[in-house]
Design a protein around this ligand. Sequence first.
Ligand code: C2O
Length: 558
Amino acid sequence: MEGKQWLLPLLLVLLLVAVSLDLISDHHLQSPLIISEQVRSEAQKQGTPLKANLSSCHPSFPDGDQIGSCCPPAWPVQQIVDFKFPDPSSPIRVRRAAHLVDEEYKAKYKRAVAIMKELPLDHPHNFWRQADLHCIYCTGAYDQVNSIAPFKIHHSWFFFPWHRALLYIHERILGKLIGDDNFALTYWSWDHPDGMHFPTMFTEGVLNNTQRDAINLPKVVDNNYRAEDRGLTDGEQILDNLALMYHQMVSGAKKPELFMGCKFRSGVEGECEGMGTVEESPHNSVHGWVGNRKNPVKQDMGAFHSAGLDPILYSHHPNIDRMWATWQKMRDNELEFDDEEWLDTEFNFYDENLQLVRIRVRDVLDMSKLRYKYEDIGLPWLDARPKPSVPPEIARSILKKRHDHGDVLLMPGETPEAHRLQPADNWRLDKPITARVERPRINRTKKEKEEEEEVLFIYGIDTKKSSFVKFDVFINAVEETVLSPLSREFAGTFARIHDSWRYGMEGKKVKPHLKLGISELLEDLQAEGDDNIWVTLVPRGGTAVNTTVEGMRIEFMK
Ligand code: C2O
């Protein structure tokens, strides 16, 4: 005993060195289960760019109550290096529309995926390890550095940049595996009538996947899928899709936060759950449309943890990315958020050379620096601005009469002045609910409207444990049962697929909100001078029976 007194101080010194070198994270020293709320808030550091703690991967609940894990087989031991842009003189890789590629390209793509599937399971380029990347970042499996808050990249301003980085890496790896530096992914152009069917190449060989919806797949895709068969003809579905695209890309997306999603910041307190227009729909709805309805949470595409198992993910997301690029171009590539926390947030991937790289949000803002672009097939939805379903004067006189006669169903406890509607359980979306929302400012000038978008803010949305949830929002709707994005009354949509979540953190979830830009819509409905608007939330396909909403109000967004 005597002779070993030097041992303890030495161990302590070694431990300190290890911690300072970041060889041992907090997680080795403390079990997350015993970290108290107090320690939790002390440990978090807000106001710093996010980073994942790569030695902290947690299991998650992938399907209902079943625990699963998408963590890598071993913690990385190598240094993380900065991402390097491709040589600016290298050729631009062109991502083509999936319905337009030729047999030679398909054969190449299949060969690359076949190799990916044959790599050893613990190889970072292995197909299932690639799928795990999506699962890890979607379930919040990694802690943030300096915090035990989960680092997750859906439902916020990380959605577009993270997926752009993932696609870049995935594409470079596929190219590397077949020795083709110019290899580029395809995009499933569900926004264009010619591309609204499921791309056939993804039903062939290694690109096929058995866990898809057999009933939906042969049809024209429903970009605003709502878990029910709407019985539309192909022609009607196409028009509906185009009108939705117009809304999500143009009239509903006038400010960065409306398009990109809420500002998710570091630390537990920094979490937010507010998707941009395109992430709600078509992104989520198309995930749900492809996923197999026979599976508990519509796997594979219908749930985030399993979406990467379906090769179509790598054609669905390029079109999402193409929508981002299109929106960027429509605003002359003005920086989305001049915000260091966002710009310096980093994502880690093994690149095509098996180097562990850090890709920052700022690295992926300009796709020309990444040396790729999208084949131009036109954007027919630009001309699909919808019209009011009922002439606005008539609608307004009907609504006013209802108001005067008090025959509109107001929620218990609601007064005309009340924006917050109590108790929340009365706002259950087992049926459509309509409420009057006051407008603090009316008849704003053109300049005022350009500076600040009028936003309908629907908050405290609690989907409980439901997996696929969908409701549409209409303004001044006289007959909401027949409305769709084809009517100008359509103000936006809430669409959520199964939110696989980290084990032990279920109760910590932040309730989602929905922010809908309505300035242009109010112009078209000639409602700019009205002191209040009628808002109707229409649940779809029985998916929102357990969903409750706390309230809504009007805000103004710069
Ligand atoms: Cu990461 Cu389409 O979801």
